[in-house]
Each structure stands twice: as structure tokens, then as C-alpha cells.
Design a protein around this ligand. Sequence first.
Ligand SMILES: Cc1cc2nc3c(=O)[nH]c(=O)nc-3n(C[C@H](O)[C@H](O)[C@H](O)COP(=O)(O)OP(=O)(O)OC[C@H]3O[C@@H](n4cnc5c(N)ncnc54)[C@H](O)[C@@H]3O)c2cc1C
Length: 320
Amino acid sequence: MVKQTHKFFGSREHHAGVRGIDIPNLLLENQDKVKIMSNTTIIGCYEDGVLTAVTGEDHYFKIKPQRVVFATGASEKFLAFPGNDLPGVYGAGAVQTLMNQYGVVPGKRVLMIGAGNIGIIVSYQLLQAGIHVAAVVEAAPNIGAYLVHASKLARGGVPILTRHTIVEAKGTDSVQSAVIAQLDEDWQVIPGTEKELEVDVVCLAVGLSPVLDLLSQIGCRRKFIPELGGDVPFRDKQLKTSIDWIYVAGDTAGVEEASVAMVEGRLAGAAAAAQLGADSTEAGKIIASCQASLDSLRRGPVGAKIRAGIAKLEGGCCNA
Ligand SMILES: Cc1cc2nc3c(=O)[nH]c(=O)nc-3n(C[C@H](O)[C@H](O)[C@H](O)COP(=O)(O)OP(=O)(O)OC[C@H]3O[C@@H](n4cnc5c(N)ncnc54)[C@H](O)[C@@H]3O)c2cc1C
């Protein structure tokens, strides 16, 4: 959230219209029961329920909670093409970190790969920072992002080329240009359609995958569901995994949006509290209202892919 300087979309109930960087403070308002340990990483998760953690550089310690909610987010996917290891090829998260956290521009002319929400929003933020965005290329036949964001970019004069991909990044010590090409219906490059663009940054925004390192370490069952970002942990409707004391929430449970992550966090927290003997009527009300909220967030054509993914998760058994 610290990188998201734009105003959120969605409904007011889920903080639409508020800048991402301001949402964490809203969530923590009047909250004195949660102890926050920043700069602390969980590095191990063991069968006896012990988690190992490190704070700062060298203070290691153990925690043995009664229940755990893993909300470790997602990591960026990468693409294979010649020149993808040249300086100047970035993931969109890195570009956001440079610009929105450190106030540093990544270069002068950018080619964005991916027209999902992230590719489109980061392109717009680049424009706002005075950077030239040469084009956004998208392999799918349609723009995946909300059209309200894509329109802002188009109005800024940035071409969004669907059914296109990057073929190569060129340069000696760093990116100096990139070759793009059109794709046919089988996602193969159409020979002769290659075009070379003069850019010094190639930014990849080609999707996210849930971060499952700790869940894999402890042996949570998982299933490969492309609609949810790849391998996702198996969980029930209350977000409990195949291990009785472990819950998941947010992008770790399946890549969606911050609004879903916030509701899922509340749901998993209430379910874990109920399992530990908290007031079951109160917990039941929270769980029911969160489930209704998730159904509404996933309604309509925008939520179709996610609904299909969740149906696969709930409908079938899962891989060990
Ligand atoms: C450019 C961009 C624009 C977006 N715009 C919107 C929008 O307008 N509206 C919307 O609803 N969504 C938006 N999203 C999506 C939204 O940001 C994510 O869905 C949301 O942040 C997921 O929340 P999360 O808590 O699951 O994961 P994250 O926000 O990724 O948080 C996970 C946290 O866990 C920490 N962590 C990971 N591993 C460990 C560990 N081992 N120990 C301790 N901590 C750990 C990480 O450091 C991180 O702080 C956008 C995303 C991007 C990239």
C-alpha cells in the first residue's frame, strides 16, 4: 500500500476514492488491540506450531501463536525474452518503489508490457512524473484493466496495443531499444510485424503469483489455478487451510484486489477467533457479512475469472 499513491477504485465501503497510502491508517484507527512489529520477517513455520522470526538484522526469535493468518501477498511474474537481464528491465513493483517511495524516475522512455490494472496505473504514474511512455503492449485481445484508467492513458496519447508482445530488449550495457511484434490467435509472433521502439526502460506488469514459501514449508495443500494467479493454498469458505491452525487472506489466498484482501483479513480473523472460543454469535455475524461482501465484490463480468477460479478450488480436491 505504501507504493499506491493513486485513489482507489471500487465502492466507498472499501475506501474507494482514498489514496492507497492512506488506507492502512484508516484500518488502524481506534485500534489498540493489535501489536504491530514492523521490520520483522517470519522466516520459518514448523509442524509444532512454532514460527521463527527476525527483527532488524540479527535479532532472531520464536513465536508460538494459537492461530496464524498468512497474508504475505504476491510476487511478480517475469517473461523470457532475449535481453531480459539488461539493466533497464524492471518489474512494475520496482518502478513503483523507485518513483512512489524514493522519488526517483527509472528512465526517460518506457515500454510497458501488460495492460492489466497494474500496467495501466503504473504507466499513468510514469506520465504524471513526466516520463514518455512509448506504448503499452498486451498479448491478450482485450485490455484487462478498468477502462476508466485505460482511457486516461489513451487521452495522454499512449498507444495501447493488444495482441502484441515484446520480442527482444536490445542494448550493450543497458536497454537502448525494444522490439515488439503482433501475435496471431495462437499467441505466436506474426513474422514481419516486428517494430523497434527507442526506449531505455522495459517495465513488466504481466501478473502476480501468491507468495507460498512458508505455507509450502509447513505442507499446506495447494492447487494450480491460473485464474487466481497460479498455485494457491487450498482453503475452506472461512479461509482455513488444510492445516487446522493456519488461515490465509488477501493475495496469498488468490490474487485479487486490496478491497478483497481487507475483507478476507477480517473474515479469517473472525473465523480464527471463533475457533479459539470467541463469542460465536458475534463472530458468525462478521463472517456472514464478510462473505456477503466478497460475493458482491466478485459479482458481474469483472469478477467472472475469479469466480471461475474459486469454483475450481471449492469444486475439486487439491494436490498435496
Ligand atoms: C499498481 C497497483 C495498483 C493497485 N490498485 C488497486 C486498487 O486501486 N484497488 C484495489 O482494490 N487493489 C489494487 N491493487 C491490488 C492490491 O494492492 C493488492 O491486492 C493488495 O495489496 C493485496 O493485499 P495483501 O495484504 O494480500 O498483500 P500485500 O499488500 O502485498 O501485503 C503483503 C505484506 O506481507 C509482507 N510479508 C511478506 N512475506 C512476509 C514474511 N515472511 N514475514 C513478514 N511479512 C511478510 C510484505 O512485506 C507485505 O507488506 C493494486 C496493486 C498494484 C500493484
